[in-house]
Design a protein around this ligand. Structure first.
Ligand code: DGY
Length: 362
């Protein structure tokens, strides 16, 4: 672990000399002129960062905090998180870090904020944080466009069979131009179902419109007033599955959505349905998806997220031509990742300095 600053105490006491001051004092009845340097004592909170992250966030943190960091691109091993969090005031984590009771109790009583550089927070035990009065910061909005764009890219890759086309060019199986070869499905005139019309779901729906889709359906916990702008129609989950040519998973992972897409739900979809998931792998029962794709219950699928991540190269889904799997790159633009890092840092600094947290999980 690269230690950026050395001290690992609960709160480091930074003594800084902030300039000279002069005054006269009575000493033993004689007025003495004394020159001294005024000393101010500042407390700098300690923050542990669990990965190498874009500089914008780290620079901001360094201005206000004492930063210790797992400064690598590889995920931090569990024992290193447990080691790193001891005694810190703030924790800057990623979606790959499980922040549970053990991490919180190992951190100890100083821990005053957990900030995750992600919009998803299913990896953070919220109730354990709540019990300890620890707010959780996250990074919505700044990655919405990037993720919606990637969702569209994946959808078009699957529906227009781009992966198969690229492979054919490279492996020499590209023969003559043929009228029926690699024909896919277009979006024009299609009915698209968005499961979860949150920020990203909405942004995906906006991007679908210029492609000339005939109808956008959505489902979720409740009807959204903003859907009128699209427009999109609020329907039951079953109706969405039944009517959609494309089904896009955009909802958060929680106890209600875990395994939402399974043998049952794939059977309710159209035989020509294309399923896309850019949210969390846990939404999908992957064995059931494999069977549905193999048996032709649905036409094709595109996944930017899997369970586990990385998906083992031996996974059966990777043997299918009608399944495109990406390595969780929805928010992977430099602009989005910088903004995520910065927002995560701002959340942490605000909490540590008693200011309102810009984006706090409610
Ligand atoms: C998130 O932020 O939760 C995405 O999955 C990765 O950017």
């Amino acid at each position: 672990m690269k230690t950026i600053t050395r001290s690992f105490s609960v709160l480091s006491i930074i003594s800084s000399f902030v300039g000279n001051a002069n005054s006269t004092h009575l000493i033993n009845g004689r007025r003495m002129y004394l020159s001294y340097r005024k000393m101010s004592t500042k407390l700098k909170p300690k923050v542990f960062v669990t990965r190498r992250v874009p500089e914008d966030g780290i620079n901001l943190l360094r201005q206000k905090c004492e930063v210790t960091q797992w400064d690598r691109d590889e995920a931090i091993p569990r024992h290193e998180i447990l080691n790193g969090v001891k005694g810190v005031d703030g924790l800057f984590c990623l979606l790959t870090d499980k922040i549970d009771e053990e991490v919180l109790s190992t951190a100890g009583e100083n821990l005053r904020v957990v900030g995750t550089m992600s919009v998803g927070y299913d990896h953070v035990d919220l109730s354990a944080c709540r019990k300890r009065g620890i707010p959780v910061g996250y990074t919505p909005d700044v990655l919405t466009s990037a993720t919606a764009e990637l969702t569209m890219a994946l959808l078009l890759t699957v529906s227009r069979r781009i992966q198969e086309g690229v492979t054919a060019v490279k492996d020499g199986s590209w023969g003559t131009w043929a009228p029926l070869w690699l024909c896919g499905q277009g979006l024009e005139g299609a009915t698209v179902g968005v499961v979860g019309l949150g920020r990203i779901g909405f942004a995906v729906a906006q991007r679908l419109k210029p492609f000339g889709v005939s109808k956008i359906l959505y489902t979720g916990q409740s009807e959204k007033a903003s859907s009128a702008q699209l427009p999109a129609e609020y329907v039951t989950f079953d109706k969405l599955l039944n009517d959609s040519d494309f089904v896009i998973g955009c909802c958060a992972l929680n106890s209600k959505t875990t395994g939402l897409f399974n043998a049952d739900t794939f059977k309710k979809m159209k035989k020509n349905a294309i399923f896309i998931n850019t949210s969390r792998g846990g939404l999908v029962n992957q064995d059931d998806l494999y069977t549905a794709l193999k048996n032709g219950d649905i036409l094709a699928a595109g996944l930017d997220v899997t369970s586990p991540e990385p998906l083992p190269t031996s996974h059966p889904l990777l043997t299918l031509e009608n399944c495109v799997v990406l390595p969780h790159i929805g928010s992977a633009t430099l602009k989005a990742r910088n903004a995520m890092s910065e927002l995560c840092a701002r959340n942490i600094v605000a909490a540590l300095y008693g200011e309102p947290i810009p984006c706090q999980v409610k």
